[in-house]
Design a protein around this ligand. Sequence first.
Ligand SMILES: Nc1ncnc2c1ncn2[C@@H]1O[C@H](COP(=O)(O)OP(=O)(O)O)[C@@H](O)[C@H]1O
Ligand SMILES: Nc1ccn([C@@H]2O[C@H](COP(=O)(O)O)[C@@H](O)[C@H]2O)c(=O)n1
Ligand SMILES: [Mg+2]
Length: 464
Amino acid sequence: MGSRAAEERMEKSTGVHFSGLRLEEDHPTTSSATAAQNGRGEPFVIGVAGGASSGKTTVCDMIIEQLHDQRVVLINQESFYHNLSEEELTQVDDYNFDHPDAFDTEKLLYCMENLKHGHVVDIPNYDFRANKSILPARKVNPSDVIILEGILIFHDPRVRDLMSMKIFVDTDADVRLARRIRRDTVEKGRDIGTVLDQYSKFVKPAFDDFILPTKKYADIIIPRGGDNHVAIDLIVQHICTKLGQHDLCKIYPNLYVIQSTFQIRGMHTLIRDAQTTKHDFIFYSDRLIRLVVEHGLGHLPFTEKQVITPTGSVYTGVEFCKRLCGVSVIRSGESMENALRACCKGIKIGKILIHREGDNGQQLIYQNLPKDISDRHVLLLDPILGTGNSAVQAIALLLQKGVQEANIIFLNLISAPQGVHVVCKRFPRIKIVTSEIEFGLNDDFRVIPGMGEFGDRYFGTDDD
Ligand SMILES: Nc1ncnc2c1ncn2[C@@H]1O[C@H](COP(=O)(O)OP(=O)(O)O)[C@@H](O)[C@H]1O
Ligand SMILES: Nc1ccn([C@@H]2O[C@H](COP(=O)(O)O)[C@@H](O)[C@H]2O)c(=O)n1
Ligand SMILES: [Mg+2]
């Protein structure tokens, strides 16, 4: 790809983003594409409803803290309170802030639509003391996870339809009232008489009439709010699983893309950068390869094993699968052998050389495989899955040698969707483990964005 084309691609795919957790003016940072932009699909939207002071914000903060390696943004329904007229402001005690009409839901939908399409949005900054929005608005960046929180966030079906997961925080009325009194007097500077009047006049009736009836829409009901660590752990686990799933994983259940973290994105950024030195390229490729290998090993069968610890106690664990070997596709695949040896002491590693003539004529040139390979689970090593043609040749050879299709785990650093389709359709029982799915292939059948000729960069045989 020419440098002009590369520049155009950069312009399209980057731009200034800010962590959704922070106000722009606090912590400007640059970050890379979000789920919506990197082809992983739309953001995962979570709705969190419940009575006022039930612990919604506390639960959201705990989820966000545990999702520390993901781009998450929290949007409060309270940001979309209608601004009161001067007259309403003079009689604010008669205003019902707990009725669905108190919110500008159209504006909320507009902001969500923009966020889902990858645009930065201005979210009003609501001031409870002034009973109105104040400037500056909060700049919110598109994120992988959007949490929508508010007493009536499940009321409007159009808002509910945005959500992939709905959580209702269920806390006793007396606890909610006690917390509200404390919060409104201490944080909002209100007197207790006003707080109690508002509660009996508006808050309690609205809870019964509008909030409680939306509990039926919840997928998960959390009793005890932020005290319920088990529920929060399970929610976080579920979100992580969903985020780790590339759309291709939904088509091919045997394709595993290791869950992206900022560390993994950082390593990919380095090895994909054409300016990265050979030393750094090897260092970060090795780190990523090790992760892929460890992940691949996790798909091997195991048997239960009990051992006695030095304290004389029984530890019930598992034993590694012993009938195992590696097979590297020469030459790039050899870069993965060290990581495999480091993880599996004394492992046998066979080799296959496939000559690439153009990109359709693949020819098997050389093979050196363990004699008893048919009895083994095989970790097939090739850092790049491009067209899938070499992979098909290599896998066909393994099957010819008697290896069970289900016993092959194909390990890649990066995989092009075309290669995944070719391999998974032809060999639906083999597993593919990869660290990132690429955009595709260019006219020369090279993976894009890719990282160039992996073998040349790793073994130092490129031009520089
Ligand atoms: N589990 C808890 N134990 C004690 N205090 C809590 C707990 N959860 C929330 N709070 C306090 O109650 C108040 C309301 O909680 P918050 O999470 O803001 O509720 P909501 O967002 O539903 O109005 C806050 O002052 C918060 O610190
Ligand atoms: N100016 C306002 C606006 C809203 N409220 C009350 O806030 C409650 C909702 O906020 P939560 O964090 O508890 O979800 C709701 O009960 C409103 O009555 C207010 O007091 N003043
Ligand atoms: Mg709140």
